[in-house]
Design a protein around this ligand. Structure first.
Ligand SMILES: *Cc1c(COP(=O)(O)O)cnc(C)c1O
Length: 366
């Protein structure tokens, strides 16, 4: 049996006719930039996240970057994030002119609020908690710290659309929430895309201009800015996919529940949701000191797995100028050598999931 890590063809096969219809309609109408479909997607996405506003942008990295710009981040500011995230959580800070400062994570792969406290200085401007793997970060503690030190909070929700913390969707806690619609994310465009959520009307109005050259009307430019819009074609397809998202998320949660159940008693770590968390399972990660050996064993069995991520951001060549060294973030560093992401995409059949679980059980029993 072959089990891929993800199969986008399968997802689109079921929706192809509907997708092609809206694409064909738009090609006839020529409504490619800032059209009705985008407005409608933004409205539905804000509803999904329980926020007043959503702004479509070109990708998740721009969502983070433009959010920092909207908050007035400038040179000399420090912004705290997790070193075990996808690198864009940190590169966007650099691109906004600020300095990325890292705080280590907990056993559930999310940023540790106590570690955040330790790295706050009088230059700290904001915290970017990442809801990594699709599990919500410890928002109560993070918001309390932000309040205490008067810091902004930008949630990196790139992996976490539909995740909930204490009954509320992620993206509705911070000043701003940033989502990626990259093809590999839980809600994906047929190409690149991103969204920013907020309840703040001023930030919303600023971001509508900031993603569109700083234009406040067709001919009047208020400030120099970027061209970072979400394509109307993408929005039209996303409106179709959005209807499927609850079903897809439920399937991811079912697969995760099945894995948890089958893995109990095995010599591996796999953090479960706490009672007040509802993870979206962008990835399903297990942690074991036998990671590399298990990965090749599964590969021989036809099962594709990945590592998210093998090199922590603070140890990347690009981050050298920040002066971090090996040993600075022991939890992140240990995890990076032991974590393995299993297939968890919604189109997996029960047979596939069973086969993955059995192969892992067999590995640990051999
Ligand atoms: C994917 C991702 C991003 C970047 O999103 P893009 O749409 O690829 O620019 C940022 N942060 C995290 C945690 C991600 O997983």
């Amino acid at each position: 049996m072959k089990v891929p890590f993800i199969d986008l063809g399968l997802q689109h096969k079921l929706l192809k006719e509907e997708l092609m219809d809206v694409v064909s309609g738009l090609i006839d109408s020529g409504q490619f930039i800032l059209g009705e479909e985008l407005l409608s997607f933004e409205k539905s996405f804000a509803d999904l996240c329980g926020t007043k506003y959503a702004i479509g942008v070109a990708n998740g990295t721009d969502a983070l970057f433009l959010s920092m710009k909207a908050l007035g981040v400038t040179a000399g500011d420090e912004i705290i994030t997790a070193p075990n995230s996808f690198l864009a959580s940190a590169s966007s800070i650099f691109l906004a002119g600020a300095k990325p400062v890292f705080a280590d994570v907990r056993s559930d792969f999310n940023i540790d609020p106590e570690e955040i406290r330790k790295v706050i200085t009088d230059r700290t401007k904001a915290i970017i908690p990442v809801h990594l793997t699709g599990r919500p970060a410890d928002m109560d503690s993070i918001l309390a710290i932000a309040h205490e030190y008067n810091l902004a909070v930008i949630e990196d929700c790139a992996q976490a659309v539909c995740a909930e913390y204490k009954g509320k969707p992620v993206g509705s806690f911070g000043n701003l929430g940033c989502f990626s619609l990259h093809p590999l994310k839980n809600l994906s465009a047929c190409g690149d895309g991103g969204v920013i959520t907020t309840n703040d009307e001023d930030l919303y109005k600023n971001l509508l201009k900031a993603r569109n050259h700083g234009l406040k009307s067709r001919d009047e430019c208020e400030f120099w800015s970027y061209n970072s819009r979400l394509d109307n074609l993408q929005a039209a397809m996303l409106n179709i996919k959005l209807k499927k998202l609850p079903e897809w998320t439920a399937r991811r949660r079912d697969i995760a529940a099945f894995y948890f159940n089958r893995f109990s008693g095995l010599d591996l770590i796999s953090p479960k949701d706490k009672p007040f968390e509802k993870a979206a399972y962008h990835t399903f990660i297990i942690q074991t000191s036998k990671r590399d050996d298990l990965k090749s064993y599964l590969s021989e069995k036809g099962i594709d797995t990945k590592v998210h991520y093998p090199i922590p951001i603070h140890l990347q060549e690009a981050a050298k100028y920040l002066g971090y060294v090996k040993g600075d973030f022991p939890v992140t560093e240990k995890q990076s050598g032991e974590i393995l992401s299993l297939p968890v995409f919604p189109e997996l059949t029960d047979n596939h999931v069973e086969y993955v679980a059995n192969s892992i059980i067999n590995y640990f029993k051999k």
